[in-house]
Design a protein around this ligand. Structure first.
Ligand code: ADP
Ligand code: MN
Ligand code: MN
Ligand code: MN
Length: 336
């Protein structure tokens, strides 16, 4: 029987931002479905998920993709963390999205998430002069040339890995701050979008290792006159995508305006450093929506306004947000 390496990936209990952990299980292949994968355990006292005297947590496989790094029949496995008795662990934010997705399945929600991130080499963003600053922002966004963009070989390799893993990645671009990049996942249903976002993040961290570079999702990796890093979340329901959908989108924006604070709580730690009202953001203290407005909380894309249907872009989530929580609250607020 052929052996398969399965990389079990889960979210830990780190505060205020949960991080990814993973370990490898060698199992008898072939693995045809998610149900062929056994439950597994880990030491929750080392991940801020349990006390030392009662430290076992359970890993429940929920999503698997080909492992594009190891290749062959090897796989990456996203897991939910459970308590030893099989109940949902308090750090498990996916379980709630599971119930929300099911409750509102008739809405056919789609998500497209833009993941911005910053590559660091040691204490500096990649390509920045030691202890100093590059030229002011301006030429770097979607730039080309060795003096404009830094880390393209990592970014290209990450894109290819995402595609080889079968992720629905829809594009990449260099960002406004040098060393900062973006990729997009989606549009997909809520669980697929969020699972794929976490797996794509794992691939980003993992492939950066090979280059001695670390990727950070901090929303404001460099203080001062430098763009922060967000995770714009593009969202639509079936009725928003149909003729007359613009009315549904406007209604959704009105509902969002009444729940701004509840959303900000789950839109990522340190987001106040990023949502200042400068650098293409709306202040964290305000809520505004508008067509083509990149200084608004919610942007209605020009195409959507012209067509009279489409989707909205929530520009508030920060790069380090948890897509399970963001997708949950967007559906709950706008569909209730
Ligand atoms: P921006 O112009 O803000 O940089 P991007 O092109 O980076 O936008 O990202 C837009 C994202 O929105 C993509 O991931 C795309 O797949 C997604 N998207 C497109 N249409 C929809 C839709 N109807 N519902 C949800 N997401 C969508
Ligand atoms: Mn974008
Ligand atoms: Mn961007
Ligand atoms: Mn955007």
């Amino acid at each position: 029987m052929s052996k398969v390496k399965a990389e079990y990936i889960w979210m830990d209990g780190h505060e205020p931002t949960q991080k990814l952990r993973s370990k490898t299980k060698v199992i008898d292949g072939p693995i045809n479905s998610i149900d062929d994968l056994p439950l597994w355990g880990f030491d929750g006292s080392s991940t801020n998920q349990a006390e030392g005297n009662d430290s076992d947590c359970m890993l429940d496989p929920v999503c698997k993709v080909p492992d594009p790094i190891r290749g062959g029949d090897d796989i990456l496995v996203m897991c939910e963390v459970m308590n030893p008795d099989g109940s949902v662990h308090s750090s498990n934010t996916r379980a709630h999205l599971r119930s929300v997705a099911e409750k509102f399945s008739n809405e056919e929600a789609w998500f497209g998430i833009e993941q911005e991130y910053t590559l660091f080499e040691g204490r500096n963003p990649l390509g920045w002069p030691e202890g100093g600053y590059p030229a002011p922002q301006g030429p770097f966004y979607c730039g080309v040339g060795a003096d404009e963009v830094f880390g393209r070989e990592i970014v290209e390799e990450h894109l290819q890995l995402c595609m080889d893993a079968g992720l629905e990645v829809s594009g990449i671009n260099a960002e406004v701050m040098p060393g900062q990049w973006e990729y997009q996942i989606g549009p997909l249903g809520p669980l697929d979008a969020a699972d794929q976002m976490w797996i794509s993040r794992w691939l980003l961290y993992r492939i950066s290792e090979e280059y001695g570079v670390s990727a950070t999702l901090h929303p404001k990796p460099v203080k001062g006159d430098w763009n922060g890093a967000g995770a714009h979340t593009n969202f639509s329901t079936k009725s928003m995508r149909e003729k007359g959908g613009i009315d549904v989108i406007n209604e959704a924006c009105e509902k969002l305006s009444k729940n701004h604070d509840e959303h900000i709580i789950v839109y990522g730690a340190h987001n106040e450093e990023r949502l200042t009202g400068l650098h293409e953001t709306c202040s964290i203290k305000e809520f505004r929506y508008g067509v083509s407005d990149r200084g608004a909380s919610i942007r209605i894309p020009m195409q959507t306004a012209n067509d009279g249907y489409g989707y909205l872009e929530d520009r508030r989530p920060s790069a380090n947000m948890d897509p399970y929580r963001v997708c949950s609250i967007l559906i709950e607020t706008t569909c209730s």
